[in-house]
Design a protein around this ligand. Structure first.
Ligand SMILES: C[S@@+](CC[C@H](N)C(=O)[O-])C[C@H]1O[C@@H](n2cnc3c(N)ncnc32)[C@H](O)[C@@H]1O
Length: 245
């Protein structure tokens, strides 16, 4: 995701620091303090502006969610969108955060929300490559990757988030019955992903080349990229693979 550097990006992130995991390497150890309730953990990699995790966490609230995004300014937008979607206020017109009860927190401060107010989602700036440093093996209920960069050049295959080494990593982190969910508009990337799954410890459970005209669309949460590509006439591919280690 390309984005101009955000003005006051760090301060904006700091305003909502309650929703952000700053020490991701110690996240798992501290997760009982981080979330309000102890629930199975789901992870979204490359959450972009956060549409998916906002929708999914409301649709299936019996899980805790961690949305990981490697670009700090993009993560800021995701956190702000989530806070708005949960009725926690909005950006104040002159900077800062205005809570639902009208109190304004200026840039430089952090809003102290109660844990019960902020629901079952937290955000972290992090890189999928480092996930083994963030989570123990067999600890995750589901991993979601939506509309990742296709890295189309031949020499860039290993960067794709469905390259075999990433799939092996997901398998390690997932519980034995955990699942990997993947969506993309990019058919060559999707075909590549199906082939990589075949070689991996994951087992393909479901796939469609036209999600929006499938049964699965009833519960599908559309992401920003998904809406954009779909409006341009691309059909959306989706797969679900279960752990089989
Ligand atoms: C094309 S955007 C899609 C955003 C969103 N998932 C959607 O569907 O609208 C991909 C996002 O993944 C993030 N990303 C790419 N590689 C990543 C990685 N290795 N770890 C974490 N985030 C990553 C990018 O910064 C970008 O925000």
């Amino acid at each position: 995701m390309r984005m101009k550097k955000k003005k006051n990006g760090k301060e904006r992130l700091n305003l909502l620091s309650n929703l952000i995991v700053s020490d991701i390497e110690n996240f798992y150890k501290n997760k009982d303090e981080i979330y309000n309730e102890n629930k199975p953990l789901r992870i979204e990699i490359g959450c972009g502006k956060g549409d998916f995790v906002c929708g999914k966490s409301t649709q299936e609230p019996e899980f805790n969610y961690l949305a990981i995004e490697k670009i700090a300014d993009v993560c800021t937008l995701a956190v702000e969108n989530y806070a708005v979607s949960r009725g926690l206020g909005a950006l104040a017109p002159n900077g800062g955060w205005k809570t639902a009860d009208g109190k304004i927190y200026p840039l430089g401060e952090s809003v102290r929300f109660g844990k019960e107010q902020i629901g079952n989602v937290r955000f972290a700036i992090g890189d999928a490559k480092e996930m083994l440093c963030y989570f123990p093996e067999n600890s995750v209920d589901a991993i979601y990757v939506n509309f990742c960069d296709p890295w189309s050049k031949k020499g860039h295959t290993k960067r794709r988030l469905t390259y075999i080494e990433f799939l092996k990593l997901y398998s390690k982190l997932l519980k034995p019955d955990g699942k990997f969910y993947f969506k993309t508009d990019n058919r060559p990337l999707f075909d590549f992903s199906l082939e990589e799954i075949e070689k991996s410890p994951l087992e393909l459970e479901y796939h469609t080349f036209d999600l929006h005209n499938s049964e699965m669309d009833k519960t599908n949460i559309r992401t920003e990229y998904e809406r954009n590509f779909s409006e341009k006439g691309f059909s959306i591919n989706m797969l679900i693979a279960k752990n089989n280690k």
